[in-house]
Design a protein around this ligand. Sequence first.
Ligand SMILES: *[C@@H]1O[C@H](CO)[C@@H](O)[C@H](O)[C@H]1NC(C)=O
Ligand SMILES: *[C@@H]1O[C@H](CO)[C@@H](O)[C@H](O)[C@H]1NC(C)=O
Ligand SMILES: *[C@@H]1O[C@H](CO)[C@@H](O)[C@H](O)[C@H]1NC(C)=O
Length: 647
Amino acid sequence: MLPRGRPRALGAAALLLLLLVIVFYLFDGRLRGAAALDEDLPWDHNRSACFPLRSLLPKCELLHVAIVCAGYNSSRDVVTLVKSLLFYRKNPLHLHLVTDAIARNILDTLFHTWMVPAVAVSFYDADEFQAGVLILHLPSPKPQAASSCPPLPDKQVIGLVENQSDWYLGNLWKNHRPWPALGRGFNTGVILLRLDRLRQAGWEHVWMVTARRLLLTLSATSLADQDIFNAVIKEQPELVLLLPCVWNLQLSDHTRAEHCYSEASDLKVIHWNSPKKLRVKNKHVEFFRNLYLTFLEYDGNLLRRELFGCPSQPPPQAEELQRARAHLDEEDACFEFQHQRLTMPRVHLTFLPVELQLPRLYDVTLVAQLSMDRLQMLEALCGHWPGPMSLALYLTDAEAQQFLRFVEASPVLSARHNVAYHVVYREGPLYPVNHLRNVALAQALTSYVFLSDIDFLPVHSLYDYLRASMEQLELSSRPKVALVVPAFESLHYRLSFPASKAELLALLDAGSLYTFRYHVWPRGHAPTDYARWREAQAPYRVQWAADYEPYVVVPRDCPHYDSRFVGFGWNKVAHIVELDAQEYEFLVLPEAFAIHMPHAPSLDISRFRSNPAYRDCLQALKDEFHQDLSRRYGAAALKYLPALQQS
Ligand SMILES: *[C@@H]1O[C@H](CO)[C@@H](O)[C@H](O)[C@H]1NC(C)=O
Ligand SMILES: *[C@@H]1O[C@H](CO)[C@@H](O)[C@H](O)[C@H]1NC(C)=O
Ligand SMILES: *[C@@H]1O[C@H](CO)[C@@H](O)[C@H](O)[C@H]1NC(C)=O
């Protein structure tokens, strides 16, 4: 009903300074518009007497903030806003997030794993949302809080800051015909709404009538909700409460932002509404930019702090972890293992945009995990695997920004739209390898997954070959098949990568390549039976044996990895045991292969090799794992006992 205007790259990266009560946050992309609210703020038009609002708020009062967010990139931007909000807040918060399906998936997971005390989150479907509708969804206001300010005239229901640019003056270019507005118009980047009175005034009806009438004579709005708010206000100026400009300090071009504040402590909300974003011209831009970057890279884990002086109940999932952690013994040699298992790191799914493909019966996603030190593998991997990938990255908040810059600077990576990057924020003493794999696995959208490791490069034809093989083998009617991709290794960085099995065998015979871990751990891949593979023309079945850890292609709904295995050792082996226990058939593909590229050993491997205590802890995990297997598979699990007892 409401025509969507030309999407405007607003991408406001607003920062909240001090306590903010309401936000109206605009986004680039498909969706603009939203509403925000507060409930029982004392409203007063005598701003010199009643601002800042904070001093008038009852202590520990729950504040409502509504934010509109759609798409992948906005879901990243909104985190910076939320971090600044959490940093400065002194009150419990209820965030009302108006999202599309993409942002909802991302933010739902993010807040669930962030576990910030005294923050509630509700979602609203943006596709059903039109300017004003949210207002009707939001909770009813509670009775007015006591205030020493004189009561607000009943009519003032929308608090806004003037638009600091000249847009609505209508003189930006010849025949520039903006929608009607009062004077310079108002900027709807931040709005304070008096919900109870808006409802009483029939707001939804009011804005629709105005919008419909204007659309008879004017073209579609170019600023969507902002035009509509302004048009309504032009007709009914008594609705508006003029907020001081520090509540929406607009850094857009040609603004007079500098006249708005005299010292830093005046600032409340900074609005990066210039198309030039951080490169905007402003006398104090360095100050604003640093503030922005501070929150951009701020460690979100630190914001899990409790809210002092107010009841600050942690979310239930956090409480459960806390209770379990309270039982750990710090003197225990395996304390780090136990602690890591009881850590739920923050997760930001699909950190960069992906384009979803139509589901196909036989399609396969490469699943892997990595940290900063393996980023340089990504370009090569993209060159070898044109299909979809789901990758979990274990990063700090600051590293996540470096990762973004890395992708932006790489033509190969920025051209790929079928690689989903899921950021898992670093937390705890050990590398949670299997948790990372599970995050990536759960986000794969194809019917099959290739469970690989980041330092393997598959033969270029592997993606097509796998799909053809799955079709030939009619895997859709054989749900418990694991296709084995034989693994090799190169000890040299510079390898002329074999294009076919024949070329691979030649390199193997020449001693330029080896079967994987040939020198240190041949047992891991021995059951693949490389001698048979040399000659094989057709897929052949192999049996599980102790320590087998092949790279496999399995249906997406395969068992998850056991996340108790952290750091180095046994993490994949346990998964293969699980597949075998569930009676998966292992079929080796005759033309498939992947080659491990050399790199310096990870910190965890070095610890494993040098530290007997680490190995004892691993043994303890294996014992626990076996007890679980016995519980689930009964006598069938006896088969795995010898494998679990040797080291
Ligand atoms: C607003 O505040 C100023 C300064 O405190 C005061 O002089 C003025 O009378 C107030 N006006 C109203 C309408 O309350
Ligand atoms: C999203 O952000 C990435 C990384 O900054 C950028 O390369 C890309 O162009 C953005 N996409 C859109 C649609 O804005
Ligand atoms: C104010 O006017 C400018 C024109 O320079 C326009 O681009 C902008 O969207 C208007 N409102 C906001 C949100 O700044």
